[in-house]
Design a binder for this molecule. Sequence first.
Ligand code: ZN
Ligand code: ZN
Length: 222
Amino acid sequence: MAPNFGEASSNGRTADFGSAHEGSNPSASATPAGRTGNLRSELRSAARPRQALIAVLGTVEAPLLSQVAAALRAVVGCEVTRLPGLDRPGYAFNKDRGQYHAAAILRRLVPLRAGKDGVPVVGITDADLFVPDAPFVFGDSDRSDLTAVVSVARMRGEPRVGQEQLLRRLSSEAVHELGHLLGLLHCQDARCAMFQSQRVSDLDRKQPGLCGTCRAAAGLAG
Ligand SMILES: [Zn+2]
Ligand SMILES: [Zn+2]
């Protein structure tokens, strides 16, 4: 059987669309008709990384970051290193939308991986992210570049949720995007971090961890 690398999208991108885009599932729509196989395993799993990088863009509370790093470490079982903080990504700001273009941020994360073959980088920002076809995204990732970005902007809630709940939401989404970089697609299990969240209530049902099937698909089992 021919390998089916990179079917999730032509460029390896997997945006996680916001709630005003009901029914949108970029992974599913890109799956060839008639293929009903396990979505999770349609991408080749990467080797378990020896290290993952976290890059903060803008202002995110330090305790939140260290706990997100711990959540990633627990899932992937590798060293998670925090890079020096970066400015809010003004270069990605779209003034018509008042939001930040996720793809532009992903491109700027690439050089942070210089000399670190196979090491993924996850950006964490307070900037409100968008992709052209969606009102907002919680996160976005580029599998071929091993870059991902996650935003807390839509997770804080109104009225603001407590730190514990915010931490859980952000950790789940960070694990989700890192999962994409490990080759995982979306999972049907609403408690698994790889479930696609379109609203914060979806995030609240999830654990910041992977189900057994996703762990196995990513080569993390055992
Ligand atoms: Zn996703
Ligand atoms: Zn799963």
